[in-house]
Design a protein around this ligand. Structure first.
Ligand code: FES
Length: 198
């Protein structure tokens, strides 16, 4: 065998070895890169749907759950409060909820699957304060024409008992309705709905 052909064989061997090592190196390097994009168990738990029991909620009462780090309110509305929702739309900025964040099923006056139960993200849409619950019609602080709802103490925004914002206040939109669904008549799953993509 000539020295030229020995050199050629050696060069081909070295090229092949470098390719294989390069391939191994690439896959070793890829492992930590991919693993940084795997959600941790804690992150999964924070984003997971939350189950809520509603059988103990009295008419006119509100309970709070936490979902994705946010307060989610469930309010059981009385017949009187539901009627007020239809009667007082003149004071609202967006009574049809055309500009708000909500599932399609909430595109109605009561903004819910079951008109009796409101499920709402309890955060003001102005700068994120938590509004207080003022459920009474003719509240002594809110005035005789108050129809029940939520009042944000930070800058005075007002919302009705569907989370719809009053006209002329700082909050720009209605409060958000999260995705949710009924598992049974008395159990709600917050964070998942039957709608595509939720
Ligand atoms: S944060 Fe609610 S009115 Fe400003």
């Amino acid at each position: 065998m000539s020295s030229d052909s020995i050199d050629m064989e050696r060069r081909q061997f070295l090229t092949g070895t470098a390719t294989v090592l390069g391939g191994v190196g690439a896959s070793v390097a890829a492992i930590p890169f991919v693993s940084t994009f795997q959600p941790s168990a804690r992150a999964k738990a924070i984003g997971a749907p939350v189950e809520a029991n509603i059988d103990q909620i009295e008419p006119g009462q509100r309970v709070t759950y936490k979902w994705r780090g946010k307060p989610v309110w469930i309010v059981r509305r009385t017949e009187e409060q539901l009627k007020a929702l239809e009667d007082s739309t003149a004071v609202l900025a967006d009574p049809e909820s055309a500009k708000s964040i909500q599932p399609v099923f909430a595109e109605n006056s009561w903004r819910s699957l079951n008109r009796e139960y409101l499920v709402l993200v309890g955060i003001c849409t102005h700068l994120g304060c938590s509004p207080s619950f003022r459920p009474l019609l003719s509240d002594e602080i809110m005035g005789s024409d108050w129809q029940g709802g939520f009042y944000c103490p930070c800058h005075g925004s007002k919302f009705d008992l569907s989370g719809r914002v009053y006209a002329g206040v700082p909050a720009p939109t209605n409060m958000d309705v999260p995705p949710y669904k009924f598992l049974t008549d008395t159990r709600i799953l917050i964070g998942e709905s039957e709608e595509a993509g939720s």
